[in-house]
Ligand binder design. Structure first.
Ligand code: ZN
Length: 437
């Protein structure tokens, strides 16, 4: 019997293809379109067509060259082919596969080779993540590409899904330039599920970061997750999950000006890259971050400290610092000149002790900065002693001379031969913010 439409007929591709290679979102495989279509039936292709057109944020197939969503089209003579959902997006991305562009056989071969390599890299990365998760008994048994279904939000297939202390954790291997909208959509999806999504790369980009690396890095508090064989083996040896994490931590550098002789502090971003136990990360499913520190908060702190050093060195007006303090503690009323200057001197003294250099001054040594608080800012002397103690910045064996005597006097309840002057109460909250535990 001859059917008008037979869904079991093998599908065929058109002679000329528009997008010759596509990436399947569910498992990250890079697929060569012509041989793949021939493995499908007419019924399978026709079932897939509306899915590709309807999917908004998380397209099931994307173009291998430009990463934009593709849809299936059918030629009048019956052959199927993939085309960009939005032609203009592919043009903007300078996609290799465009109607008016004819790739040479050599170029096609090169793309095919890249595709096979990427598919292999994706499989390898997933396996490394699985091994790392499996090494740590605090994770539940990792499941690979199992469908994650919800009633109203459709379904996804996370590369590796597990949970940590009751929190569902999903890892996605990232070896290619996934369309940024896909990243955003998946992040939103897992957030709505109360799960945390962590993107994992298989190598640190060299000098040229792609958009996706930069997006992922900035969205995750300047932390980028990487895995390799060494990291998987270290996890298995240690019996705990270790990820190779590249990060930039806002910090301070010491600057000595030859011109005016002052030592000040300058903010900069310090590169850190080592194996980090998963257990040491702060997981925030609402913000979708897994990090050792909050990059924005750290930046705010180092900028404030740098400003204090420049105000102390009189390179910046004290009113700039006054505004900064008011913004931090959300205070409307003005802060007196004396208090602002004393605050700057206190921060410089704490930093002088931490970095062991004469911050904010032209003094030859850091102890002079500490003594300055004792002599000129009595209402902040107690704050200095207590903060140094809390941060373990003033070990008893390092104390000498006048400073040693002054600390001992303070602990005995004496200051310049009399009682200890009342301490400035308003600084406590600011100190707790600037130097958290
Ligand atoms: Zn494309």
């Amino acid at each position: 019997m001859n059917l008008a439409f037979d869904p079991d007929q093998p599908a065929s591709a058109t002679d000329a293809l528009q997008v010759e290679m596509v990436r399947r979102a569910s498992d990250g495989e890079v697929i060569e379109v012509r041989p793949w279509i021939q493995t499908q039936t007419e019924g399978q292709i026709h079932a897939l067509r509306p899915q590709l057109r309807q999917s908004a944020g998380d397209p099931p197939f994307t173009c291998f060259s430009c990463g934009h969503p593709v849809i299936l089209k059918k030629h009048a003579l019956g052959g199927h082919f993939f085309a960009h959902k939005e032609k203009s997006a592919a043009e903007r991305a300078n996609c290799q596969y465009q109607e008016d562009r004819h790739l040479s056989l050599k170029e096609l071969d090169r793309m095919r080779y890249q595709g096979q390599r990427e598919g292999a890299r994706h499989r390898r990365t997933k396996e490394l993540i699985r091994r790392i998760v499996a090494s740590d008994s605090r994770f539940t048994e990792p499941v690979i590409e199992q469908t994650w279904r919800t009633f109203d939000e459709g379904w996804r297939k996370p590369d590796v899904a597990t949970s940590w202390a009751g929190l569902p954790v999903v890892f996605e291997a990232q070896v290619s330039n996934t369309y940024p909208a896909v990243v955003a959509e998946r992040t939103a999806f897992y957030r709505s599920q109360g799960a945390i999504l962590i993107w994992v790369f298989d190598q640190l980009p060299d000098e040229h970061w792609r958009t996706l690396h930069a997006d992922t890095f900035c969205a995750n508090q300047q932390h980028l997750f990487l895995v390799d064989e060494e990291c998987a083996r270290a996890s298995e040896d240690a019996g705990e999950a270790l990820f190779s994490v590249y990060r930039l931590r806002p910090t301070l550098d010491i600057h000595h000006s030859e011109e005016d002789g002052y030592t000040t502090l300058v903010p900069y971003q310090q590169e850190e890259h080592d194996l980090v136990p998963f257990a040491s990360l702060r997981l925030d499913p609402e913000a979708q971050t897994a990090s050792l520190f909050d990059a924005q908060e750290e930046k705010r702190r180092v900028d404030h400290i740098a400003l204090c050093s420049r105000v102390q060195a009189e390179q910046v007006s004290w009113t700039v610092l006054e505004e900064d303090i008011r913004a931090i503690i959300q205070r409307k009323g003005a802060i007196p000149y004396e208090t602002v200057r004393s605050w700057a001197a206190l921060v410089c003294a704490i930093e002088a002790s931490r970095l062991w250099c004469p911050v904010g001054t032209r003094y030859p040594n850091p102890v002079s900065v500490l003594n300055l608080i004792h002599d000129s800012h009595p209402a902040f002397f107690g704050h200095l002693i207590h903060t140094l103690q809390r941060l373990h910045l003033d070990p008893a064996e390092r104390r000498t001379g006048a400073w040693k005597k002054r600390v001992e006097d303070f602990h005995a309840g004496r200051y310049k031969g009399g009682p200890i002057p009342p301490q400035h109460g308003g600084s406590a909250a600011l100190l707790a913010w600037l130097y958290p535990k």
